[in-house]
Design a protein around this ligand. Sequence first.
Ligand SMILES: Nc1ncnc2c1ncn2[C@@H]1O[C@H](COP(=O)(O)OP(=O)(O)O)[C@@H](O)[C@H]1O
Ligand SMILES: [Mg+2]
Length: 390
Amino acid sequence: MEFTPSTTASLPLEEAISQRLAGVIDPELGLDIVSLGMVGAIGVSDGHVEITVALTTPSCPLRGQIERDVRQAILSLDDVRSVDITMGQLSPEAKARLMDTARSAAQQDAPNTSIPLGARVLGISSGKGGVGKSSITANLAVALAARGLTIGVIDADIWGFSLPRLLGVDGPVEAKDKKMVPKKLTVGSGELRILSMGFLADEEQAIMWRGLILNRALQQFVEDAHWDDIDYLLIDLPPGTGDVQMGLARLLPKTELLIVTTPPLAAQNVAARAADMARRGNIRVAGVIENMSDFTCEHGTSYALFGTGGGERLSKQLGVPFLGTIPIDPAVARGGDIGSPIALGTGPTSDRFAEIAERLVTDVAPLRELEGCTARLLATLDDALNNAEL
Ligand SMILES: Nc1ncnc2c1ncn2[C@@H]1O[C@H](COP(=O)(O)OP(=O)(O)O)[C@@H](O)[C@H]1O
Ligand SMILES: [Mg+2]
């Protein structure tokens, strides 16, 4: 089947806007803000857009993020010049309806996981292999941990796992109370906790088993492991837009995607397909990272070997933040070969990873107080579901 990227070009502006807003996901409730009834009237006049977005409570810690996502989604439309967003509050009736919607969605996908409620789950995704997804996962995990955070890392590329090599950790994993204990790696005052097929079987065995345990493996990594108090969980997804991604959306509805692409147009189109799939599965796309950008030689001259601007164009097309570029740097590959990610050291490429980590933590996917609105609502929902007779 031919892939046609979703296009908003020929729609009336109001419709194009609501289509864009249907891509703004409340990551905790796992649904888009249109389905949740949070979007009020949309006014458009002469390229200026006025819109009301209603929250469950005015002090919602997701407020800033939702407002930014809405702004980004609307401003990325070509016909929009400015946008004015009023953040309101849902009426008690609307809130009850929202809880109903969220409850029925949660009933469909409410497996017990050992991922803490407050942790943010970021799946690193791309349309195709070889764009540097695993290298980005490993280095971003290190850059986040260097901020003193505890970062879970799952190698969900079960067929072609590479994180043990990239991070220089070996199996086998130990079990405690019949659950796997992720491999730990200290980074400054932070820590990585890692699980990979590579710890469970040697490469040949994994290939032999893969058909049997492919889906179960990811499920077990999520459900039957001691993740304890992690802040973020990074999941290195296999290339493509298939079963594993959709399975993950069911297992962990609060998964958000970081899309990795390379500068050429072809790569963007493949990556757009990954994003399109995410939308249909109600997964928030948190942002785009461009890998293998300009190569700078030892004389300081930059060469755009694969072209330029692909990541930025893709983020505009998707209406999501562009998080930054990682240059082509042989040290990235070398660091991977010796199990010592370049982000552990210093230098311009390491700085890029630190900058992306900073944007994630401060802006794009910040941690929030658990007492806040949707997290607390979700806890109530969990209790209600656990006590209900389903
Ligand atoms: N920014 C980069 N500069 C140089 N080499 C890179 C860079 N990113 C990735 N690589 C190399 O490209 C190859 C593919 O990267 P990998 O992370 O395994 O991609 P994926 O997981 O998407 O298949 C690896 O050999 C890796 O070392
Ligand atoms: Mg990989």
